[in-house]
Each structure stands twice: as structure tokens, then as C-alpha cells.
Design a binder for this molecule. Sequence first.
Ligand SMILES: Cc1cc2nc3c(=O)[nH]c(=O)nc-3n(C[C@H](O)[C@H](O)[C@H](O)COP(=O)(O)OP(=O)(O)OC[C@H]3O[C@@H](n4cnc5c(N)ncnc54)[C@H](O)[C@@H]3O)c2cc1C
Length: 567
Amino acid sequence: MSTDIDAPSEVDLLVAGAGPAGMTAALVASLEGLDVLLCEKSGQVGGTGATSAGTLWIPGNSQSRTAGFDDKAEQADRYLDALIGESTNRELRKAFLASGPEVIDYLGARTDVQFLPCGKHPDYRSNMPGAAISGRAIVPMSFDGRLLGADFARIRPPVPEFMVFGGMMVGKADIPRLVGRFRSISNFIYSAKLFARYLVDRLTYERGTRIMMGNALIGRLFYSLRKRKVPILFGARIADLIGDARGITGARVKLGTKEIVVTARKGVVLATGGYGHNKRLRDAFMPQPVPVHSMSCESNFGDGIEIGQRLGATTAPAQSTSGLWTPVSVVPRPDGSKGLFPHLVLDRAKPGLIVVNSGGHRFVNEAASYHDFVLAMFESHRTTPTIPAWLICDAVFLRKYGLGVIYPGHRNPGKFVDSGYIMRAQTLDELAGKIGVDSVQLRKTVERYNKFAKTGIDVDFSKGETELNRFNGDADHAPNPCIGPLLNPPLYALAVWPADIAVSTGLAADADARVLGSDGKVIPGLYACGNDMASVMAGSYPGPGTTLGPAIVFAYRAVMHAKSAAL
Ligand SMILES: Cc1cc2nc3c(=O)[nH]c(=O)nc-3n(C[C@H](O)[C@H](O)[C@H](O)COP(=O)(O)OP(=O)(O)OC[C@H]3O[C@@H](n4cnc5c(N)ncnc54)[C@H](O)[C@@H]3O)c2cc1C
């Protein structure tokens, strides 16, 4: 793997990992006048962040306020107290809430890392005290990858399942216009422009350069780092730290077969993305049976956490809250490999879909947040096999709303039956037989659910009763935007599995992201942020952007502390 600069042997701050957390730390360090080196293990920047939706949860942010969506950090504080408990991480949460808006404004004023308000985007427990319906979530502005020239290839691309035509990114706002391209002139022109831009892009680039969501966040961070000429060492794995009685003073960095030592006068920031693919840590921290799927970037092996553990750092929180989850379906790809499609928001809350376990029972409000949905899978699995669980819908639903990678209006769902992605049957009994689910109970479940569709009231799981449910439902469907009948064959079933999109167990740290030893005291010169830092939310998932918001805020706080700290 190539490196693009000669490595300096001495810097102020050494940052490990070029995901959103590490890139932010390196950028802020440079803005604050520190001599910084960013080391990235792979050949590309972005990590898991590049494949993410890119949403940040920043209560009280000024972008939303300016757009007329008022929100107060005190309200969010009340919400987090109710959700997480008053005694857990209170000091860290206060620091996060206090710094959040300031960090976003700082980046907006001094770099190309610019955000837009999402407007309405309900918190995930929208019926709890202090929860907000709008104003807390922000997203990066889309980014023109052409500004990076040849460096565009250094941005980790989104997963193929999130692109169309083999390389074009599509945002949530694009979907209705592309699907309805023949329904209005304006939709047609909009779609034609997107496609024309993409065709031109492909003459020069491997994929479309109109990037958005997490890819735009990374594009903007990378562009800002390049403008400031911050050195980034690719193919550079932080292998271990070095130190003396004063604390951490540098690191050993592996560059292929070579090893270099970099001295860091102000300390080292670990931002290596958490323990995603580290089997030992998955076995130690995750619920049983340990989920086999992870959406973490393939180079994330818990390096930062293991380095911290070797130095006697504490990990937190406890086992049961160790992941931030989404249900995924497994997508057979034409080349024989398999992709993972996260069922975040597009299908589960739409009217006419249920989820069942192997007993044929529903076990959760299908429109719950992706994290809460998977927690319910784990709970149900204790008594009835629920991994995988089955999303069930009929032909009308599939055509109108799509399912997983099958987009709405798809003309050839048979292709996905042939590839084994979905199961199809003419009757519920036949479908139950194909997926190994109790057929008598499945019939009863669907009959009962179809009655809820008439009344609009889900007596069992209250589907459609929260703002979050309705936000992801179909506003044009009555009486309940999330409940519709399953009546029209053929019927379809799709298996979903738990997968981590992030982890919450990491290195325990204080409000300045300083890593804590087993004695509760800080390890001087050692900082952790992003998924390497134990989640400030302690395993809860309050709203859209729960990991990226704190990742960026604590990266900033780490640098602001390091800047003035004397080792
Ligand atoms: C589909 C999907 C959607 C998501 N959407 C959202 C969202 O909208 N909002 C949200 O808040 N979160 C979201 N997430 C989660 C979010 O992407 C992660 O929590 C976030 O990217 C973590 O940032 P990070 O910087 O800690 O790690 P990463 O983004 O994973 O970056 C870590 C980097 O460290 C590098 N690295 C690893 N080991 C070493 C080493 N030893 N030395 C040097 N470098 C190393 C890796 O190669 C990688 O580049 C989503 C995740 C997925 C999968």
C-alpha cells in the first residue's frame, strides 16, 4: 500500500484512524496551530463513516435554529436523563451538549465541513420526556468529489447496495423523483440531469462524484485537510504506543513490513473505529449468540481498544449494551460475494409489512428504531428462534414501497427470488413452509394484523403511535400510516439478521476524551474518540446521528485539551 508523504518522526499530535473522528481531530489540530500527523491503516480515508448516512445528532445546533426549528440543549438533557438514567455519564453528556453547537459552527466558519438542518427527524424514543421531533439532526452538504481531482479515489466508496448504475449515489430526497421520473416533467428533468452528470463523471472517475451523506462528510473533511496540507500517512497502522513516566509520548507505526517511531509532544488520539471485526472483543462484549454480521469498515479490528487495554485502560459500558444495531438482509451479488443491506428507514415502517419469529409471532413494533428493533430480536430469541427474523409482505407492498435492495416500482422482483434474496409463495402456508415458520400461527398473526389495518390500531405493539413511526410510514395511508393489510399474492419473505453499525463499548474516557486507567485516573497524553471511546450514550440510541455527533464533538474536545496540556 502506498504512502503519500515522508513520515515526520516528531509531531505535536499523532492521530490514528482516518474516519470522521480522526479526520476531525487532525483538522482541528491543524486549525489550532498544532503540528499533526494522521495515520490511516488502509489506503483510503473514511472508515465506516464513508458508508454511513452521515447524520449528526447535535441538540441546540444553530443550523436548525436559523431554519426555524428551535431546540434547547436543556430539553435534550432531560431526554437523555430519562433514556440513559441520571447517574450514567452525566458529566460527559453535559460536555457533549455544551460543545455540540460550538463545534459545528467552528467547522462551518473555518473549513469546508458544512452542515444542513434535517428539519423534521424525530428522536428514536419520540414519546419520552424531552424528546424532539425536529431540530436536532443535521447532515453534511453534498460534496463535489471533482474538487479533489485524483484524490477522489482516496475516499472509501459507499457499499454497492447504496449506489445505482454501479456507482451513482442517491440521497433520500432523490428517491421519489427517480422512481416517479415518468410522472412529471420536473421529475424527468431532475433525473435526466443526475444521470447525465453521472455519465460524464464516469469518463474520468471510478464512480459518480456527486456524493452525499457519510461520503460527503468524509469528502468535506478530506478536502479541508488537503487544503491545510495536513500530512496523511496511508497504509500506516498504529501498532503500539510508547511513553515514559509523564505519559504517552508517541507510537510505533507499521508501514507494510517497516516500522517507524513517531514522537508526539502533546499526545496520541486513538480513533481506529472500535472493535467491529475483532472476534475476541465481539465474544467478550456482545450478546449471545454473537451476531455474525458487522457493518463496520473491514479494517476495524479494535486496534485502539487493544492498545488501550495493554496500557491498563478501562473499557465500558457493560456487555449487554455493547453494540448499536440494525437489522440487515444478506444480498447475493453477481460476482458471488455477499453484501449487507441495513433496514434503517425505508421499508419496516410502511403499511403492509410485518416481522415474525420462527414461531410465526410478531415480536416488535416493526416501525421501531433499527436499534430497538434488534434489541427486540435478541429478547425474542431467548425463547423462540428469531435470528433470522422474517419480514413478510404482499405483492402490492413490494411494488409500492420496495423491500431491502428491491426499490419501489421494480419491474422484475423474480430476479431476487431466483438469486435467493427473497422467498415467494402464493399462500401463507406455502411461504411458512419455505422459511421454516409455524404456518398455523403465521396465518393467525396475519389475520389479526389485517384487522388492525382496518381499525388503524395495533393492539399488540402500538405500531404507528409515535412520531418516529409515522415519520417513516406513508403519510397518505389511512387510518394508520404504518399499518396496511397483507392480502394480495404472491407473498414475500425476507430474512433479517442483527448487525452492528457501530459499537458502544470502548475505552472509558473523561469529558476531554482522555482515556481512563483501571484506577479511574487519566492516562496522560492518551485520547480516544469515535468508536474507540466508550459511548457517551452508554449503549442507548437517542436519535439520528448518535455516534457521529459525539465522535466529532469529542475529537474537538480532545484536541482543545491536548493543545494546552503540558506533558
Ligand atoms: C450503513 C451505516 C449507516 C450509518 N449511519 C450513521 C448516521 O447517520 N449517523 C451516525 O451517527 N452514525 C452512523 N453510522 C455509524 C458511523 O458510521 C460510525 O459510528 C462512525 O463511522 C465511527 O467513526 P470512527 O471515526 O470512530 O470510525 P470509522 O469511521 O470506522 O473509521 C476508523 C478508521 O480507522 C482506521 N484504522 C483502524 N485501525 C487502525 C490502526 N491501527 N491505525 C490506523 N488506522 C486504523 C480504519 O481503517 C478506518 O479508516 C452508520 C453506520 C453504517 C454502517
